[in-house]
Design a protein around this ligand. Structure first.
Ligand code: AMP
Length: 210
């Protein structure tokens, strides 16, 4: 089973994708996280994408295609993949549609205002990439990652100017893909402003029918 989870920044895609992946034995492919791994490892891809990501822009389609194919060949992705933050543009969707059979595309709907609020209070572990929120998803010890005990940071691309750019890209390039999902009858929309537990229950209901 392959699932696309999409929604504006702060909609909780990453948190939900992590749980779904565990529940259904799927591989959680966070495209942003895969790219950050490349940067950390100073690979040729990492060097190419670092400045693009710092500005909050989309990295070239050749790179996301390469990563999607690489992950799909990993053993543990056998049962399927939860795609988090991919596809984000018509070109990426065209590639995905050719190479993967998608069973469900689930939108976590969120207002612009709530998205900006959530991102402003998001903090991230620089080591494992786990996200927290100062208001509704606090770490056990303030400012420290539960898993790695690293000091949490605010990502550079979560700062106001960069987040404005990322939301613009979401609305102009990612959101319109809904039409394509609708045509294939795989689109479901969930209210992303509900609690984490309620969103998870709603996703489980949709997947039960697949
Ligand atoms: P995220 O972790 O999902 O917020 O993504 C962080 C950044 O990684 C984005 O602002 C883009 O620069 C890059 N990125 C993530 N996913 C994609 C994608 N599907 N296509 C192009 N760039 C991406």
């Amino acid at each position: 089973m392959n699932i696309i989870l999409f929604g504006p920044q702060g909609s909780g895609k990453g948190t939900q994708a992590e749980t779904i992946a565990k529940d259904y034995g799927l591989y959680h492919l966070s495209m942003g996280e895969e790219l950050r791994k490349e940067i950390k490892a100073k690979t040729p891809i990492g060097k190419k994408v670092e400045s693009i990501m710092a500005k909050g822009e989309l990295v070239p389609v050749e790179i996301t295609s390469q990563i999607a194919i690489k992950i799909s060949k990993l053993k543990e992705s056998k049962k399927g993949i939860v795609f988090d933050g991919y596809p984000r543009s018509p070109e990426q969707w065209a590639f995905m549609n050719k190479n993967f059979k998608i069973d469900a595309a689930i939108e976590l709907d969120l207002s612009e205002k709530e998205s900006v609020n959530r991102i402003a209070s998001r903090r991230t572990c620089p080591k494992c990439g786990k996200n927290y929120n100062l208001i509704y998803l606090k770490p056990k010890v303030a400012g420290i990652c539960d898993v790695d005990k690293e000091k949490l940071i605010q990502r550079n691309d979560d700062k106001p100017k960069e987040i404005k750019k990322r939301l613009e890209i979401y609305h102009s390039q990612t959101e319109p893909l809904k039409k394509e999902y609708q045509k294939l009858k795989i689109l479901s929309i969930i209210d992303g402003e509900q609690s984490i537990e309620k969103v998870h229950t709603d996703i489980a209901k949709i997947l039960k029918k697949k």
